[in-house]
Design a protein around this ligand. Structure first.
Ligand code: GLN
Length: 250
């Protein structure tokens, strides 16, 4: 009898775990909040505005997802390289962080369909005369990147570039401003946003990397993934996608 009871309890637990895992949308609705992980030094996708709010293109996507679920977005602000671990540990429901869909990342998380196309860019000080036109021209130089980004990966791949890694792009640019590094390598749209905000920097070269951004959910979380993909489709079809493009890009 005892043995059966034990088996029954174990079975119940397994069923409950399986059920709760596939019921993410229900959980989010019950909680009343969609937990979105992001790193907020990545304008115009996510950044802190004058009223200390995290806003941007990605947040508008998050808000659209939340709206369709009848819940609010709660932003969980983390260093970029902590976003995937936080997702895996269940601390966030999804990551929306201008995150490039890469083979390695796709082994540990599931990505939505692409929602934005991106390349890398090399940013330097305007007052100097260093205007690199390729990654190779950074050999022998010191450059700043954000830890764990594709910019970090491509720069680290080129032997002879001294790569200094920061958690926040704001710190990487401070380093460039102070002359402690020769360049910052980051995604093109944020590069343009920083250059626009700080005219002492200049975009020296766009490096064609052909990246695309995706929303990341936990591996195997089909229900949530389908919901995200469906919402992205609806946003494109209804013109909402173009509206937020126009809002954040001129
Ligand atoms: N797109 C780049 C990456 O995925 C940078 C993203 C970011 O810094 N938020 O690595």
């Amino acid at each position: 009898m005892k043995k059966y009871l034990k088996t029954l309890i174990i079975l119940t637990l397994i069923v409950a775990a399986t059920f709760s895992f596939s019921q993410t949308l229900v959980q989010i609705k019950q909680r009343g909040k969609l937990l979105v992980g992001t790193e907020p030094t990545f304008p115009p996708f996510e950044f802190v505005d004058e009223s200390n709010q995290i806003v941007g293109f990605d947040l508008d996507i998050a808000n659209e997802l939340a709206k369709r679920l009848g819940v609010k977005v709660e932003v969980v602000s983390l260093p970029f390289d902590s976003l995937i671990p936080a997702l895996q540990q269940g601390k966030v429901d999804m990551v929306i962080a201008g995150m490039t869909i890469t083979e390695d990342r796709a082994k540990v998380v599931d990505f939505s369909k692409p929602y934005f196309e991106a390349n890398q860019a090399i940013v330097v000080r305007k007052d100097g005369n260093f205007r690199p036109q390729s990654l190779e021209e950074l050999i022998g130089k010191k450059i700043a990147v954000q830890l764990g980004t594709t910019g970090d990966l491509i720069a680290t791949d080129v032997k002879g570039i001294e790569v200094v890694r920061f958690q926040r792009f704001t710190d990487a640019f401070l380093e460039l401003q102070n002359g402690r590094v020769d360049a910052v390598v980051l995604d093109e749209a944020p590069a343009k946003a920083y250059v626009k905000k700080f005219p002492k920097f200049i975009l020296s070269k766009v490096v064609d990397t052909g990246e695309t951004y995706g929303v990341a959910v936990r591996k195997g979380n089909k229900e949530l993934l389908n919901f995200v993909n469906q919402t992205l489709d609806i946003m494109r079809a209804s013109g909402t996608y173009n509206k937020i493009i126009d809002k954040w890009f001129e």
